[in-house]
Design a protein around this ligand. Structure first.
Ligand code: HEM
Length: 353
């Protein structure tokens, strides 16, 4: 009795200070979800969000020990991997979650693309998605550079040189990223700031806007044959969809743990700015871009990739044009299939080169 009274008092006290209308909040956040979101292929958007949350938590733990200076970066990663309790596990979770995040963002993008879910009125959300995608890649690039072993140092060197060959703004961009005309301690500081502040901050804000827009438009409606007979065309976001996402989160942690145990994050030799390694390799998701640069000259290679980024971001408008001009030819599907195949071929080519 005493406890109940006091809990009520406390709740009233909080309600007076934070005047949120719980009912209003429930209707705002708990819009019914179309049945097709029960298929994992359609619910892939939530998976990178879960992985990003894992990245933030494990990243904070890594920051307790990581030192972003050329003299101490490698040693601090060595210490995390070999001396700090469960350091190897946290580092491996962080590494594998970053790889899986990129895979799942690509899969989510493919599902949105191949189901035409980027069409009116979702064009802006697609464009926002492409920015999210490139920031995710940026997180991968900057994170890899922080390890400061030979491969990661030289991958950063090549990356900043490629940035430098972008027409007009390239030289300024490269100087800005490097914090000067050459790789130095300044470069590591900047890559660190991009990795732990600028990119994650931007992602949090952009993902929030992305999801608010999804909620405002609702998810694109599709109906499969088996659903046509169903009386209810939707199901509740909370708790049904929320619980599905929780199950996916548990499954992901399980998978990441297995990956971390079987393939723990490794560490090569300490970076030596005077010795160029025989094979410089970026992370796998840049293989296609790297192979493309090797096949063309650096100028055409870079301009070609800028063109590709523009086409990807503006695809909803290009699709509108193609649909009007060549209706029923499904050009978006064919071009998507060709683009995806080209990416895969270039990636495999570089992997085995
Ligand atoms: C961290 C990255 C991302 C997160 C957390 C995320 C999250 C989500 C979620 C939760 C949905 C609801 C439906 C679903 O689960 O598929 C969604 C839908 C959508 N996403 Fe993403 N997304 C991300 C990246 C992207 C990217 C890279 C693009 C495209 C370039 C994109 C474009 C879209 C579009 C257009 C929709 C609406 C789909 C529809 O109405 O059916 N998203 N996103």
């Amino acid at each position: 009795m005493w406890a109940e009274k006091n809990i009520e008092k406390l709740t009233d006290w909080v309600k007076d200070r934070i005047p949120v209308n719980v009912q209003e909040l429930k209707t705002l956040t708990n819009e019914p979800v179309p049945n097709h979101l029960k298929h994992w292929w359609f619910a892939l958007g939530g998976t990178p969000a879960i992985l990003f949350a894992i990245q933030i938590v494990t990243g904070i733990f890594l920051m307790f020990h990581y030192v972003p200076t050329p003299e101490q970066a490698y040693d601090s990663v060595f210490k995390i991997t070999n001396e700090v309790k469960f350091g190897w596990y946290v580092r491996s979770l962080h590494k594998w979650a970053s790889e899986l995040m990129i895979v799942t963002v690509m899969l989510h993008m493919s599902r949105v693309y191949f189901t035409g879910a980027f069409r009116k009125p979702r064009e802006l959300n697609w464009m926002l998605g492409t920015v999210i995608f490139f920031i995710t890649l940026g997180l991968g690039f900057t994170g890899y550079s922080l390890i400061y072993d030979q491969l990661s140092y030289w991958a950063a060197m090549v990356g900043t040189e490629i940035a430098g060959s972008v027409p007009v703004v390239g030289a300024y961009a490269a100087d800005f990223i490097r914090g000067g005309p050459e790789m130095s301690g300044n470069t590591l500081t900047r890559l660190f700031v991009f990795h732990v502040v600028i990119f994650p901050g931007a992602l949090v804000a952009l993902i929030a806007v992305h999801i608010v827009l999804v909620r405002m438009h609702g998810v694109t409606e599709f109906e499969f044959d088996e659903e046509k007979k169903l009386q209810h065309k939707t199901f509740p976001l909370f708790p049904d969809h929320f619980l599905t996402e929780c199950m996916i989160a548990i499954l992901i942690l399980y998978l990441l743990t297995i990956m971390s145990l079987v393939f723990p994050a490794g560490l090569g030799e300490i970076a030596n700015p005077l010795v160029t390694p025989e094979h410089i390799k970026p992370e796998w998701y840049f293989y296609a871009s790297f192979r493309w640069l090797k096949l063309t000259n650096i100028y055409i290679g870079v301009v070609g990739q800028i063109f590709f980024v523009g086409v990807l971001a503006l695809w909803p408008f290009i699709d509108q044009f193609l649909e009007k001009k060549y209706p029923k030819m499904e050009l978006t599907i064919w071009i998507g299939f060709l683009g995806f195949s080209a990416y895969l071929i270039l990636t495999v080519w570089e992997a085995f080169a």
